[in-house]
Write a protein that binds this ligand. Structure first.
Ligand code: PEP
Ligand code: MG
Length: 550
């Protein structure tokens, strides 16, 4: 037995036989065309049109986030800049195969150099190039295997076109050797509730047919599991299934202490799923997700419409909207135009908004107008707030626009350490554990090589959470958690023990967290938090808390 480490998506656990995804088609050789430029161009045109049509058709049948991803891929396939690059190679005498291979590789390198969100889209280009190559060669495109029985799919990284069409009754779990927590595989696995561990470097060593346990909660893949380990995994999987079948009651601890369970959303269309899973409101609406590919700032009218749609889905419920969080992993062309060596430490979040105050004011205007037209309880918050002065600046400005509940995200150790003074100005704090971990541990959250440091269980991160929780209790103000940490059922209990009054997460995680909270009292949660705080590191904290439960 052994455990391979990666980044778990969600809290599920599954077991089954491994089936590896077919390796990509071999690269073509750079030989001169014998058919001539005219014929090569016609072959490419037909192949690209066929691939774009296939992706569009898949998009229509997939729906949801997958639809957008696939539609974007279909557009990339027919991108005129890319087409020009391909044509230039044909003019130089290349074959259609080589022109596609080389031009797509060049475009991919450009995206990777940009990094962040665009960098993660680079894998999409490989997939499109492979599909076009397969068409040109008249062979089947590499894709999800279909062995005729349920299996654990192991791949380098899944292309959106594959993930969208996974037969959920056949795929027990996903393991990828590449790809981080923000790759398409991760986004789509989260949305579809597929048990997944991504970035498992050693997954390349797994063989077809061997049985593994995929434990997303632990971010681990167990090879050669013992009968005991298999039995425990089965038990956990069925406890999880029963939890999903339970009525979606409001979040509460075993002693009745209410802990609101809220949803993290990126677009209004996801509201219905969150409501059906019992979300008591929205704890984080990431407005920048609406405008990631926009070249210009969105208009007030455009924004108002999106916010109105969101608020209308949560009548009478709390909806926390975050102002545009531009920069680093989520660059927005209209807010981040300067080149920065370290964008995570640069003009991002509230800093970027303040540098373009007209955009900030327009967003507040759109939010106030949408608020006036709907009856949800709208709270607004600023991202990446570092100082007390920034807190006062944002909350004063938001109230100027009639937005009555204004708070800040605590994602930087500085604002966690001065939480008392931050909360003297803000109506509430929401802790973004993804960035708080990144900045506490000095580990870029986009970088696989330092992923081991990116663990919110680290006692240093937990101590900062505790500072904010205690400050919230003293001030009588709410302290929410909206980073991925809130979706880890065991850690969620610890966070409540540290003073969190609400938890916000991907809707698919709600039932697991609801169950975990219902099994512990506030006193127990506080005791578990104390245990975690005394550990030396993240693994020690996780293990000590788990041991205290048995
Ligand atoms: C966070 O940093 O924890 C957070 C919730 O914000 P985002 O992941 O969007 O940066
Ligand atoms: Mg953040």
């Amino acid at each position: 037995m052994g455990a391979l480490r990666g980044v778990g998506i969600g809290a599920g656990v599954a077991q089954g036989p491994v089936i590896r995804m077919a390796e990509p088609l071999p690269a073509p050789e750079n030989v001169k065309s014998v058919l001539g430029a005219e014929a090569e161009r016609a072959r490419i045109r037909d192949a690209i049109a066929a691939v774009a049509a296939e992706l569009t058709a898949r998009a229509e049948s997939a729906g949801g986030a997958a639809q957008e991803v696939l539609e974007a891929q279909a557009m990339i396939a027919e991108d005129p800049t890319l087409q020009d690059e391909v044509d230039a190679r044909i003019d130089d005498g290349a074959t259609a195969e080589w022109a596609v291979h080389d031009a797509f590789a060049g475009f991919k390198a450009t995206l990777e150099a940009v990094g962040g969100y665009l960098g993660e889209r680079a894998a999409d280009l490989d997939d499109i190039a492979q599909r076009v190559l397969a068409r040109l060669r008249g062979v089947a495109a590499p894709g999800v295997p279909d062995p005729g029985h349920p299996f654990v799919l192991v791949a380098r990284d899944l292309a959106p076109a594959d993930t969208a069409l996974l037969k959920l009754d056949q795929v027990l779990a996903l393991i990828t050797s590449d790809g981080g927590p923000t790759s398409h595989t991760a986004i789509l696995a989260r949305e579809k509730g597929i048990v997944a561990v991504v970035g498992v470097v050693q997954a390349t060593g797994l063989s077809d047919g061997e049985t593994v346990i995929v434990d997303a909660a632990a971010g681990a893949v167990t090879t050669m599991p013992s009968p005991d380990e298999l039995a425990r995994a089965t038990e956990r999987a069925s406890a999880r299934q029963s939890a999903e079948a339970l009525p979606a009651t409001p979040g509460a601890l075993a002693d009745g202490t209410p802990i609101a369970l809220l949803a993290n959303l990126g677009k209004p269309a996801d509201a219905a799923d969150a409501v059906s899973r019992g979300a008591e409101g929205v704890g984080l609406f990431r407005t920048e997700f609406l405008f990631l590919s926009a070249a210009q700032a969105p208009t007030v009218a455009q924004q108002r419409e999106s916010y109105r749609e969101l608020l209308a889905a949560f009548e009478g419920k709390k909806v926390v909207v975050r102002l545009l969080d531009a920069g680093a992993d989520k660059p927005l062309a209209f807010l981040n135009d300067a080149h920065e060596e370290n964008p995570a430490l640069g003009l991002r979040g509230l800093r970027a908004l303040r540098a373009s105050e007209d955009i900030l004011r327009e967003q507040l205007t759109a939010l106030a107008e949408a608020d006036a037209e709907t009856s949800a309880d709208l709270w607004v918050m600023a991202p990446m707030v570092t100082t007390v002065e920034e807190t006062a600046y944002f909350t004063t400005l938001a109230r100027e626009y009639g937005l009555k509940t204004a708070g800040v995200m605590v994602e930087v150790p500085a604002s966690a350490l001065l939480a008392d003074r931050v909360l003297a100005h803000a109506d509430f704090a929401s802790i973004g554990t993804n960035d708080l971990t990144q900045y506490t541990m000095a580990a870029d959250r986009m970088l696989g090589s330092v992923a081991g440091f990116q663990d919110p269980w680290h006692p240093a991160v937990l101590r900062l959470v505790g500072e904010v929780g205690a400050a919230g209790a003293r001030a009588g103000k709410p302290v929410g958690i909206c980073g991925e940490a809130a979706a880890d059922p065991l850690l969620a209990v610890v966070l409540v023990g540290l003073g969190a009054t609400s938890l916000s997460m991907a809707p698919a995680a709600l039932s697991d967290v609801r169950l975990a909270l219902s099994e512990r009292t506030l006193e127990e949660a506080r005791r578990l938090a104390e245990i975690a705080l005394t550990a030396d590191d993240a693994a020690g904290a996780r293990a000590a808390v788990a041991a205290a439960l048995v």
